[in-house]
Design a protein around this ligand. Structure first.
Ligand SMILES: [Zn+2]
Length: 115
């Protein structure tokens, strides 16, 4: 009759890995956690950097009040030449508001019939 050996060594090893993870398992777990945390921090940093870049870009751009063109870092509109530095400057040409009820339309009547 052959005596069957019980693999006590393997059972002990599996129990040790499950109950108290060894240095290798712990190292791999910490590495995965550190990589995840690093990716999370990189994502947050990228979002913050993108927000700051967008705010800087928006600060340097200006919309022309005359023609509506988007100008990047210039004091004069590149499309119509409107002065963007002094938006309330009175020397800039623009349409003069006219009260239509007081406006006078002059019409000269001409007789075009022959006779
Ligand atoms: Zn313009």
């Amino acid at each position: 009759m052959q005596r069957q050996r019980v693999p006590w060594a393997w059972i002990a090893l599996v129990l040790l890995l499950v109950v108290a993870p060894g240095p290798t398992i712990r190292f791999v777990g910490q590495l995965i956690g550190a990589l995840g945390l690093l990716l999370l921090l990189l994502g947050v940093l990228a979002a913050i950097g993108g927000l700051l870049a967008w705010r800087s870009f928006r600060r340097r751009t200006s919309v022309c009040p005359s023609c509506g063109a988007l100008n990047l870092g210039s004091t004069v509109c590149v499309v119509c030449g409107h002065n963007l530095a002094g938006a309330s400057n009175a020397t800039t040409p623009g349409p003069v508001p006219v009260d239509a009820s007081r406006a006078t339309v002059e019409v000269d009547a001409q007789d075009i019939s022959d006779g």
